[in-house]
Design a protein around this ligand. Structure first.
Ligand code: DAH
Length: 343
């Protein structure tokens, strides 16, 4: 290097450009940079300072200023690199690769009532039943009168039925349906026989809320109407349903019962094994059923001489609770994630 202020100026200009484009991504790159430019012995800038005494006296002041500026630039580039590398490494250290994954955190699950309903409707779909629906807010005629409930039947009592509007006449009362049986009436009014349908849905009753009863619950109604339908068809259908739902070795009992809308009527019980029970278990009622009463067919304008039919209705909560070991019906309606996420 020749010792003139001109050659020093051009060297400093080159170094300024070099430093401006330096890309320091790690501690070791920053260290290399420091040694290369600012090293105590061989650093380029350190070396350049040694040129000053060899310059003409009049140029030394300017040379000192140029080199000081260059050194400042190099030092601040270095300081910036150090602080950036430090920030990156704290960010990196906050990622703990040993933590378990979070993929289950927001995964939804199906409500146990939905699971039970799907299981029930799948079985009946396989047996050729269609799905029918009706409103949850009903009138007295569909919910009671057309189903052959006498005017003074206790089920119409304020005690069980949630009334929306009590008009002057029974049949015009608006209420929350107390069962899914009114869907039978609506389906038969809407179409022509043959019918082969189920109607799953919510029903409402004005009951005191306890661990075993709630003001709303779910039912699945069934209806088959055709020529020549018999009670043997009914029994075969509900037995194969019960075997699919509870398992093929389930113990069943079919016993006489009473409903205004069926004649004769019968209820299906399943034997529920309970190791702690003195009898080893107990009979549990699963569904009500029977042959559609001729008065019901008449109410919807179906010729009861030509057509016969059967109907059945089952609750969903009780089998679901037994199946999942749920002790208190209220947890099904509280939407507590600690409960729901178990399914
Ligand atoms: N609706 C009845 C109830 O809520 C259940 C029922 C029984 C439905 C017999 C039917 C049936 O279709 O034939 O308790």
């Amino acid at each position: 290097m020749d010792n003139t202020i001109e050659s020093l100026k051009s060297t400093v200009a080159d170094l300024n450009r070099e430093i401006a484009t330096a890309h320091l991504l790690s501690t070791s790159e920053a260290e290399e940079f420091r040694v290369h430019y600012l090293g105590q012995k061989r650093g380029i800038i350190t070396q350049l300072f040694k040129v000053i005494p060899h310059l003409p006296k009049t140029d030394r002041r300017e040379a000192g200023q140029l080199l000081n500026a260059l050194r400042n630039t190099a030092q601040s580039t270095l300081a910036e690199a150090h602080s950036k590398v430090a920030k990156d490494s704290t960010a990196a250290s906050q990622i703990d690769l040993t933590l378990p994954g979070r993929q289950h955190r927001w995964k939804g699950s199906r409500h146990p009532i939905s699971l039970a309903l799907t299981k029930i409707t799948d079985i009946f779909n396989r047996m050729g039943f269609n799905i029918a629906e009706g409103p949850e807010m009903e009138d007295d005629w569909h919910n009671f009168t057309a189903l052959n409930f006498p005017d003074d039947h206790p089920a119409r009592d304020m005690q069980d039925t949630l009334f929306i509007d009590e008009g002057h006449q029974h049949s015009s009362h608006i209420l929350m349906r107390t069962h899914t049986s009114p869907v039978q009436i609506r389906a038969m009014l809407d179409g022509k026989p043959p019918f082969r349908l189920i109607a799953p849905g919510r029903v409402y009753r004005n009951e005191t809320i306890t661990y075993k009863s709630y003001c709303l619950f779910h039912q699945v109604e069934g209806l088959v109407v055709d020529e020549g339908v018999t009670m043997a068809d009914l029994k075969t259908t509900i037995y194969s349903f019960a075997q699919s739902f509870f398992g093929h070795d389930v113990k069943l009992r079919y016993r006489p019962s009473f409903f205004p809308f069926t004649e004769p009527s019968a209820e299906l019980d399943v034997w529920w094994e309970l190791p702690d029970h003195p009898n080893g278990g107990r009979w549990m009622e699963v569904l009500g059923s029977g042959m559609v009463h001729p008065n019901v067919l008449q109410a919807v304008g179906i010729d009861a001489e030509r057509y016969t039919g059967y109907a059945f209705g089952m609750g969903v909560e009780r089998p679901a609770m037994l199946h999942y070991g749920i002790q208190d019906i209220r947890v099904l309606y509280e939407n507590d994630n600690r409960f729901l996420s178990q399914f």
